[in-house]
Design a protein around this ligand. Structure first.
Ligand SMILES: Cc1cc2nc3c(=O)[nH]c(=O)nc-3n(C[C@H](O)[C@H](O)[C@H](O)COP(=O)(O)O)c2cc1C
Length: 234
C-alpha cells in the first residue's frame, strides 16, 4: 500500500457556477487522483488545498524555534512549529506527491511557496554541514516520486521555448523537489489559457490524457512494485 499526498494550490475552485472559472490545474490533478484511486482504492490519500487554505508565512520567531534544539524549545516554540511538523510528517509518509499549481507572475503562487517554506526545514528535511564544502545542504528524505501539474496563461516556457527565460515555475519546483526526498519527477503542463483558442483546448486535453495515462501506469507499478515508466518531462 502506498501513500499519496496531493497538494493543490490554485486560488480557483475545481467547479464554479461559471465553468470558465474552474481551475485547470486542479481539474487535471483530479483526473490523476481519480485514475489512481480506481487502481489503488485502499491507498492512503492525504489532500491539502493550499490555494484556498494557505499555510501561514514563517516569521523571525519561527526561525528562532527551528534553530533551537528540540529538547530546549519552549511550549510557545513547539506551537509555532506545529503546522510545519504536521506538513513535514505528511511529506515523510508519502510515496508519491502530486502538486498542482498555476503560474502566477511567472512563478508559483505565494501560497504554495509558503507550503514549501514550512516543509523545507533544517534537521527535518535537510541537514547542513560545512564539511561538505560548497554543497553543505543534504536532503534527509528519499525515494519519492513527484508529479507536477501546471497551468499557465501563456506558453513556450520549455527549454528552447519563446518564454524560456521567464520560466520560474517548473525550474523552481525541480530545485525544491530535492528537499522533499524526490528522486523521480513527471511534469504535466497545460498552457495557452489566456488565448482561449484551439491551442488551449488541445493543450488541456493532452494534459488530461497524460495525467490519466501516467496515473494508471504509476498505480499499477505501485501495486506490483515493478520499475517505474520513463519520466515524462513535458
Ligand atoms: C494573478 C495571476 C497571475 C498570472 N500570471 C501569469 C503569468 O505570469 N504567466 C502566465 O503564463 N499566466 C499567468 N496567469 C494565468 C494563469 O496561469 C492561468 O489562468 C492558469 O490557468 C491558472 O491556473 P488554474 O486554472 O489552475 O487556476 C496568471 C493568472 C493570475 C490570476
Amino acid at each position: 500500500m502506498s501513500t499519496l499526498l496531493h497538494i493543490d494550490s490554485s486560488v480557483r475552485a475545481i467547479t464554479n457556477p461559471n465553468p470558465n472559472h474552474n481551475s485547470i490545474s486542479k481539474n487535471i490533478a483530479l483526473r490523476f487522483i481519480d485514475t489512481w484511486r480506481e487502481t489503488c482504492p485502499t491507498d492512503e490519500y492525504i489532500y491539502r488545498d493550499v490555494g484556498v487554505n494557505p499555510p501561514a508565512f514563517f516569521t523571525q520567531d519561527w526561525i528562532g524555534a527551528v534553530f533551537t534544539p528540540e529538547q530546549k524549545r519552549t511550549p510557545a516554540q513547539h506551537d509555532i512549529l506545529a503546522l510545519s511538523d504536521r506538513l513535514i510528517a505528511e511529506v515523510a509518509k508519502a510515496d508519491i506527491i502530486v502538486i498542482s499549481t498555476p503560474m502566477y507572475n511567472y512563478g508559483m503562487p505565494a501560497q504554495l511557496k509558503s507550503w514549501f517554506d514550512q516543509v523545507v526545514r533544517i534537521n527535518k528535511t535537510f541537514d547542513f554541514d560545512l564539511a561538505r564544502g560548497d554543497f553543505p545542504l543534504q536532503p534527509l528524505l528519499s525515494g519519492k516520486t513527484l508529479v507536477t501539474i501546471t497551468s499557465s496563461g501563456e506558453f513556450g516556457f520549455e527549454t528552447g521555448g519563446i518564454r524560456e527565460s521567464a520560466s520560474h515555475l517548473q525550474p523552481h519546483l525541480r530545485t525544491l523537489s530535492k528537499y522533499l526526498g524526490v528522486e523521480t519527477i513527471y511534469e504535466i503542463a497545460a498552457e495557452y489559457q489566456e488565448f482561449g483558442d484551439e491551442r488551449h483546448r488541445t493543450s488541456v486535453s493532452n494534459a488530461l490524457s497524460r495525467a490519466e495515462k501516467l496515473a494508471a501506469e504509476l498505480a499499477v507499478n505501485a501495486l506490483t512494485a515493478s520499475p517505474e515508466p520513463e519520466a515524462i518531462n513535458a
